[in-house]
Design a protein around this ligand. Structure first.
Ligand SMILES: C[S@@+](CC[C@H](N)C(=O)[O-])C[C@H]1O[C@@H](n2cnc3c(N)ncnc32)[C@H](O)[C@@H]1O
Ligand SMILES: [Zn+2]
Ligand SMILES: [Zn+2]
Ligand SMILES: [Zn+2]
Length: 273
């Protein structure tokens, strides 16, 4: 079974689907979207507001108030010395005066490697790239409905302990022990990112990036050089995907890496604070 483009031309490159194992198709209830949509009205203001613009000419450099000042990106990839303490990544946006090839614009240009959703042997659908991906390149975003805490609780109650859970909670620690929480649910509306599986030895990591909205995008970058047709995975435990399967939530990890810790990471009942 093969579908040439599950994104229906919404991405810059086609996202194919292939199942070489059986006749299982992608879930029909999922609507593809390349950018996140608002799922809770309470978040309208943040969703629509843009980060403060810069007034740099043409290409931003270290004097730019956006992230260009700390050289977060270098030649279109995440800089080697980036780490979470480098501070939040804020890309230039529509209100900035720089041009679209400004070095502080990366994830906003979208997917740059041909990705494929495929049926894996052990973990349902997964994602791989048909092209080589160099270390620190942007791979894709985790796109879905942006929902508030209340809505997330309602959805978890309603859909209960389903086979898979797709809700992703990102917590950003800011000054004064404060924390900004963003919840993304691609269960019904999402992009290729919703099919990424967990591995205890992943080849992707995620970083929150503000690009075109004050709500952060969860962006996956390559942790190492990735060869074509190798499954793309990230560690659900470093990130905060909620996996509630069964009352004790102990679901066996099938990543088969040498350092597999045996179980899928689980964020306990107090996952929303
Ligand atoms: C975000 S979804 C990933 C896509 C999913 N495989 C699918 O077919 O739609 C997360 C779910 O995938 C499965 N999964 C992901 N990684 C796994 C792993 N390492 N071992 C076992 N199941 C895994 C679990 O069912 C988990 O709840
Ligand atoms: Zn710029
Ligand atoms: Zn600038
Ligand atoms: Zn594992």
């Amino acid at each position: 079974m093969f579908i040439a483009d599950i994104s229906n031309n919404q991405e810059k490159l086609k996202i194919s689907f292939t199942n070489e194992i059986n006749s299982l198709q992608l879930p029909p209830f999922v609507t593809y979207t390349a950018t996140s949509v608002l799922g809770s009205e309470s978040l309208t203001e943040e969703f629509e507001s843009l980060p403060l613009p810069c007034n740099c000419e043409r290409l931003c450099n270290q004097s730019c108030p956006c992230s260009a000042k700390v050289n977060i990106y270098c030649n279109g990839i995440l800089s080697e010395n980036y780490n979470h303490s480098t501070g939040p990544i804020v890309e230039c946006s529509d209100l900035c005066t720089c041009i679209s090839s400004c070095p502080n614009r990366v994830v906003q240009h979208g997917i740059q490697f041909a990705l494929e959703v495929f049926l894996t042997e052990r973990t349902g659908f997964g994602v791989r790239s048909k092209e080589f991906i160099p270390k620190y390149s942007f791979v894709c975003e985790y796109v879905g409905e942006i929902i508030d805490e209340h809505e997330a609780e309602q959805r978890l109650k309603k859909h209960g302990l389903k086979e898979s859970n797709y809700i992703y909670v990102i917590k950003e620690h800011i000054s004064n022990n404060k924390c900004i929480q963003t919840i993304i649910d691609p269960t019904f509306v999402g992009n290729v990112g919703r099919y990424l599986n967990h591995s205890c030895s992943p080849n992707l990591f995620s970083v929150p990036v503000r690009a075109g909205s004050m709500i952060p995008k969860i962006c996956f970058f390559a942790k190492k050089d990735i060869f074509p047709f190798i499954e793309l995975t990230y560690n659900y435990g470093e990130e905060c995907i909620v996996d509630r399967n069964g009352s004790n939530c102990a679901r066996e990890c099938q990543c088969q890496s040498l350092n597999c810790c045996g179980y899928l990471p689980f964020i306990g009942d107090n996952w929303i604070t």
